[in-house]
Design a binder for this molecule. Structure first.
Ligand code: ATP
Length: 445
């Protein structure tokens, strides 16, 4: 089992993830991303975009608003359905989500006279009451029902109420998709498990519109595509699982749902959900807005509501899975080493350039030249000349930099340098003029 506390400590020390607003005591369920965290997040977003949007035809990217009308969330069903059941302990005042409590997330639940007891202190529990997960606010100066607005709890609704806008402007035929990456907000009762359950998080969602009779085939297709995406990212197959929902556990809008589970340090849990949302969303938005959101099928000469297949993943949950999957510890030259074995295409820093000795002007000058050359060629690159070469290598290992380029005395003679491989720690010598192609090849997705 990987030591989560240690990983979280490294992530903070090395500028990946910080607790939120720590200097004021912190904000629970919210995190800040540091310089390396942002680089890694951007890489993940770009890979998702490449795989889900840009390599395909007829998938369009949008950015919809975070603030949503009350009407939008009445139509979506969120105001009616998006609740959790909250139970509190009367003694220790710990709050639980009822489903998590009874699924054993807090340990075994004992009963007294038929009533469940607090798993933490065996105290008496309150009755379950509903708790809305939506963050409410008001638009404009007057706090009244008409100005009520909500922070979106998922990006999906933006794709539904913009369905006609995309259809009319881009003129696609079924099947086609609308995709989006953006923030979502849920007032989770018990945010926990680091980046797994947050109150402010980011989603990467695709709404894929299809002919109703083709929906189940497209559903199967997307389950496979999305599962394979994680294999392409380098996850071990045994750390992934498909969880098929039984009919009685499906959400109100869903006809079929498969979750992709990842083996987090606290067990296999949902990383991504793929749902067949049927025509629920477009029908509801038509009904509530009065706009006809049906699609006109020119071949069939008829109008109908397309079905929607939705693969939806939390970027932060994926980032968390990546940290867990690729963190490793080993020994190099008799010394313990912490290392993130990110595949090169995921690494936040791709290359580090180091002069062998920092007090030799000619080595420093040459190293700076190589560093500038790589920057100009769009590699994500850092320069480091502080401390012993071994210490510098270790610092890069700990942030997952796959390649360290060392400029030594031979470089000055024949324009070659050494490339150190993070995983094997082996070095090979290569001509500087071959560097660009070499690195491009190694960094390919
Ligand atoms: P859960 O059952 O874990 O609460 P969910 O089934 O409600 O999740 P969805 O509504 O399907 O989640 O959201 C799609 C994706 O968004 C999830 O697969 C997950 O990756 C991500 N996600 C949902 N809630 C959170 C959260 N509170 N923090 C981080 N990511 C989240």
């Amino acid at each position: 089992m990987k030591d989560l506390e240690k990983i979280i400590y490294i992530l903070k020390q090395r500028g990946f993830v910080f607790p939120s607003q720590e200097i004021y005591g912190g904000l629970k369920g919210v995190y800040e991303y540091g310089p390396l965290g942002v680089l890694l997040k951007n890489k993940i977003k770009n890979l998702w975009l490449k795989d889900t949007v840009f390599k395909r035809e007829n998938i369009f990217l949008i950015e919809s608003s975070i603030l949503g009308l009350r009407k939008t969330y009445e139509a979506s069903g969120h105001l009616e359905h998006f609740h959790d059941l909250l139970i509190e302990c009367k003694s220790c005042h710990q709050r639980f989500r009822a489903d998590h409590l009874f699924e054993g997330d807090y340990g075994e639940v004992n009963y007294k006279e038929g009533k469940a007891l607090c798993p933490l202190c065996q105290g008496e529990l309150t009755e379950a009451r509903t708790f809305s997960l939506m963050f409410k606010t008001y638009v404009g100066p007057v706090e009244e029902l008409a100005s009520e607005a909500y922070l979106r709890p998922e990006t999906a609704q933006g794709m539904f109420y913009n369905f006609k806008n995309v259809l009319n402007s881009m003129r696609p035929k079924l099947p086609f998709g609308i995709a989006q990456i953006g923030k979502a907000f849920r007032n989770e009762i018990t945010p926990k498990n680091f980046l797994f359950r947050m109150r402010e998080f980011e989603q990467m969602e695709l709404e894929f519109f299809v002919k109703p009779e083709e929906a189940s085939n497209w559903f199967e297709y997307w389950v496979e595509e999305r599962f394979n995406f994680y294999l392409k990212l380098g996850f071990k197959k045994e750390n992934l699982k498909k969880h098929v929902y039984p009919k009685e556990e499906l959400a109100h809008y869903s006809d079929a749902t498969v979750d992709i589970y990842y083996n987090y340090p606290f067990g296999f849990k949902e990383l991504e959900g793929i749902a067949n949302r049927t025509d629920y969303d477009l029908k509801r938005h038509s009904e509530y807005s009065g706009e006809d959101l049906r699609y006109f099928d020119e071949e069939k000469k008829e109008k109908y509501y397309p079905y929607i297949i939705e693969p939806s993943v939390g970027l932060d949950r994926l980032l968390f899975a990546i940290f867990v999957e690729f963190y490793d510890e080993d020994e190099v030259d008799g010394e313990k080493r912490n290392v993130f074995r990110f595949p090169p295409f995921l690494a936040p820093i791709e290359v580090c350039v180091l002069p062998l000795l920092s007090n030799r002007e000619n080595l420093v000058k040459k190293a700076q030249e190589v560093y500038k050359y790589l920057k100009e060629n769009d590699f994500i690159c850092v320069y480091d000349d502080s401390g012993s070469i071994g210490k510098r290598y270790r610092r890069q290992d700990e942030i997952g930099t796959p390649f360290c380029l060392t400029i030594d005395f031979q470089t000055l003679e024949d324009n070659t340098l050494t490339i150190r491989n993070r995983d094997t720690t082996e070095q090979e010598r290569i001509k500087i003029e071959e560097l660009k192609d070499y690195l491009k090849e190694k960094l390919k997705f």
